[in-house]
Ligand binder design. Structure first.
Ligand code: SER
Length: 320
């Protein structure tokens, strides 16, 4: 590969696994990992790492110049729950970092950008089931507002400046390597941790709250596949779908492996966030444009999560 990729937010939940996969695929010297703080041992030992604040425009420009970066994956973001608590900080991080990167692409300092959007761009007025690619987007969360604005900025830069930017509306992402932080869909990860460690979980969403979800391996596959397709002419942040389930359904699946696991429901302010999002999304356009398909269903994902987390808890990796 002739490209050099910069990952901003490489130590986060998605950034960690994306960086590891890209290094495996394209060679570690071509993948520059950056984050505001150091990450897991596995990540830190797998290639080049630099401390980088995604809201520091000058620092980003220096790194891009230093490593002759050609593609940027901007994974740093403040998720839905944290963003409600820190609205200004969330807006600054989620939007200004994007504008810095889009400007680098506009000025031809870099060639290509990946920027993640989210199911949070949808709101109460959006059709809830099988949510179309193009539909009403009236988000009610700070996170959703920033993601929708980001989508429109990406479309603007593509249209006006011919910037090559690609994007996916990630559903809730389930993974075991790096802990998530500050998301509403994170209950579906916490539940595995608690099931293994305590055999019980107090869920902050109600039993019937259905949300679109995806196992990390599928999310990484989607990201790399989309970035490998040729330039898309009309900007869109793609709906991608894999599985959808409720807290009750995932608890039942876990109980097949841990029969004495108990779940209690104590919905809090996060219920309102979840209620504003779709229960499933229609990804026909992603399937058509770049042959997107998912591999992991609820059953296989549950087996993978329990197996890998058990190994992680039993190993020294847990202490990093
Ligand atoms: N996982 C995100 C959140 O819950 C949604 O994209 O905030």
């Amino acid at each position: 590969m002739n490209d050099t990729l910069l990952i901003i937010g490489a130590c986060g939940q998605i950034g960690t696994e994306l960086t590891l996969k890209l290094r495996e695929k394209y060679g570690e010297k071509n993948i520059i990992a950056t984050d505001i703080r150091e990450g897991s041992k596995e990540l830190m030992h797998s290639g080049i790492f630099e401390i980088l604040n995604a809201t520091d425009e000058e620092a980003i420009a220096i790194i891009v110049e230093k490593y002759q970066i050609t593609q940027v994956y901007l994974m740093a973001a403040m998720l839905s729950v944290t963003a409600e608590k820190l609205p200004n900080k969330a807006w600054n991080l989620n939007i200004n970092s994007l504008l810095y990167i889009l400007n680098l692409a506009k000025d031809k300092k870099i060639k290509k950008v990946f920027w993640p959007s989210s199911i949070a761009v949808f709101g109460h007025s959006t059709p809830k089931h099988n949510t179309p690619q193009e539909t009403i987007t009236e988000p009610t969360t700070v996170y959703g507002i920033s993601k929708l604005a980001g989508e429109r900025w990406c479309a603007y830069y593509q249209d006006k400046y011919d910037v090559d930017v690609k994007s996916i509306r990630y559903p809730g992402i389930i993974s075991w390597k790096a802990n998530p932080g500050g998301g509403t869909t994170d209950y579906a990860i916490e539940i595995f941790h608690k099931a293994l460690k305590e055999k019980k979980y107090d869920c902050f969403l109600s039993p019937e709250t259905r949300l679109p979800m995806m196992y990390m391996d599928d999310a990484i596959k989607a990201t790399i596949e989309l970035m490998s397709t040729k330039k898309t002419t009309n900007f869109t942040s793609y709906n991608i779908s894999a599985i959808d389930f409720t807290p009750q359904e995932i608890a039942t699946e876990i109980q097949k492996h841990i029969p004495n696991f108990n779940i209690n429901y104590k919905p809090d302010f996060r219920q309102k966030i979840a209620d504003s999002w779709p229960s499933s999304v229609d990804d026909t356009k992603a399937k058509k444009d770049w042959n997107w398909t998912h591999e992991f269903d609820l059953k296989i994902m549950t087996i993978e999560m329990l197996k890998n987390l058990k190994t992680r808890f039993n190993s020294s990796l847990e202490n990093v």
